[in-house]
Ligand binder design. Structure first.
Ligand SMILES: Nc1ncnc2c1ncn2[C@@H]1O[C@H](COP(=O)(O)OP(=O)(O)OP(=O)(O)O)[C@@H](O)[C@H]1O
Ligand SMILES: [Mg+2]
Length: 376
């Protein structure tokens, strides 16, 4: 299982939107995916159509060890399980303050089921507190959603240093996989300047021993799209709410990135191409290898037997309440039908530059824990 912490201590940058919709894309591609709502705001839980007050066993109960990890998972879509959040999570940090090993509770709770799933995405709160430390201790990868505005890089160094510190003291497997640009406006020079700044920063870290020396700016980025802002209030993923919109297209590409699939470089439309593909805005493809093998992503009818659970009625109100008693399925027919079919091809290697000799010096803010190399 690849465990990915979706982390940025800045608020409102697209963490929850990215975690939910990337997970949905991976689940639609047939991978078994767990999502963990590690934010007391419970936005991921709500986004997936679960009412937080109805959650009886979730992230809080797992952290306080009053419930097991696997038994607390709710099946919310085909191939997609949720460890939900509720308001109790607010108190977790203070309740655990005297607990020895409090940073690694989630990691230990997940140990028994790591081979049962393909991906786990953890939606972190906008802080670098105990909840985020638990996420970083349990993960091998960090995905940093970032909104490319003029304060975007403020705090970015601190975030990377925190990841590096966890890497060195608690979890040596932890690496920053990449930065996902959200609400990106390719026409705005500021967005492009921020992107170039981050790429330069990450390039300068190549060959260093830092936790981000292999990080890239993801070739896929998320355009500003009102559908992405509307979908949570209906308790739907973007693929359920509007599978043809730009937001769905963009998150399919993020899913493909994690599947190691390269997306088809966008070329000017040719007259003879009359495919039924929805048209999307032109995107810069600077990171795409010219040798990339194109793939086809299209809506297809779902084969029999793929959906493991029955379909429930589509919610019509925001944040529909769902009973907790048994695994839930909130599968719904999307207007366009069903999951995506994705044919896999190789992924191009990210462009590398000369290594820098600079190794970051993280601040000493965390307690020492023995490094866990037990496969977490
Ligand atoms: N690409 C986008 N285009 C338009 N709106 C977006 C986009 N991505 C996210 N949003 C909206 O922006 C707001 C913030 O997004 P989101 O909740 O994903 O951020 P977050 O980083 O999880 O926030 P928090 O730090 O509070 O947890 C939400 O209302 C969301 O619906
Ligand atoms: Mg959030």
């Amino acid at each position: 299982m690849r465990t990915i912490a979706v982390l940025n201590q800045k608020g409102g940058v697209g963490k929850t939107t990215s975690a939910v919709n990337t997970a949905a894309a991976l689940a639609a591609a047939g991978r078994r995916v767990v999502v963990i709502d590690f934010d007391p705001q419970a936005h991921m839980t709500i986004h997936l159509g679960v009412e937080p007050t109805a959650v009886q066993a979730g992230a809080y109960e797992v952290l306080t060890e009053s419930a097991g990890f696997e038994s607390s998972l709710m099946l919310v879509r085909p191939n997609l399980w949720l460890l939900a959040a509720n308001i109790n999570l607010v108190g977790a940090e203070t309740e655990l303050v005297n607990v020895v090993g409090r940073e690694i509770i989630l990691r230990e709770a997940m140990q028994g089921c790591r081979d049962k799933f393909d991906f786990c995405l953890i939606d972190c709160a906008p802080s670098l507190g105990l909840l985020s430390l638990n996420a970083l201790a349990a993960a091998e990868e960090v995905l940093i959603p970032l909104q490319p505005h003029f304060l975007a890089l403020q705090g970015f160094g601190k975030l990377l240093q925190t990841v590096d510190l966890v890497n060195k003291r608690i979890n040596p497997r932890l690496k920053v996989t990449g930065v996902l640009l959200c609400m990106h406006d390719t026409r705005a020079s500021l967005s492009n300047e921020v992107r170039a700044d981050i790429e330069g920063f990450l390039d300068a870290a190549r060959g260093t021993n830092s936790a981000w020396d292999g990080a890239v700016v993801l070739p896929a980025f998320i355009r500003r799209n009102i559908k992405l802002a509307e979908a949570p209030s209906y308790g739907k993923t973007i693929f359920e709410y509007d599978p043809a919109c730009n937001g769905a297209e963009d998150y399919r590409k993020v899913g493909n990135f994690f599947l190691g699939i390269s997306d088809e470089p966008e070329a000017p439309p040719e007259p003879e191409q009359s495919q039924a593909e929805p048209q999307v805005e032109t995107q810069p493809q600077a990171e795409m290898s010219s040798a990339s093998v194109p793939i086809e992503i299209r809506e297809v009818p779902q084969p029999d037997g793929k959906i493991e659970t029955p379909v429930h009625d589509e919610p019509t109100e925001p944040a529909q309440t769902q009973p907790q008693a048994e695994p839930q399925a909130s599968v719904e027919e999307t207007p366009a039908g069903a999951p995506i079919e994705i044919r896999e091809v190789h992924v191009p290697a990210p462009t590398r530059t000369e290594p820098s000799a600079v190794t970051p010096e993280p601040p000493a803010i965390l307690p020492e824990y023995p490094a866990d190399s037990s496969g977490v």
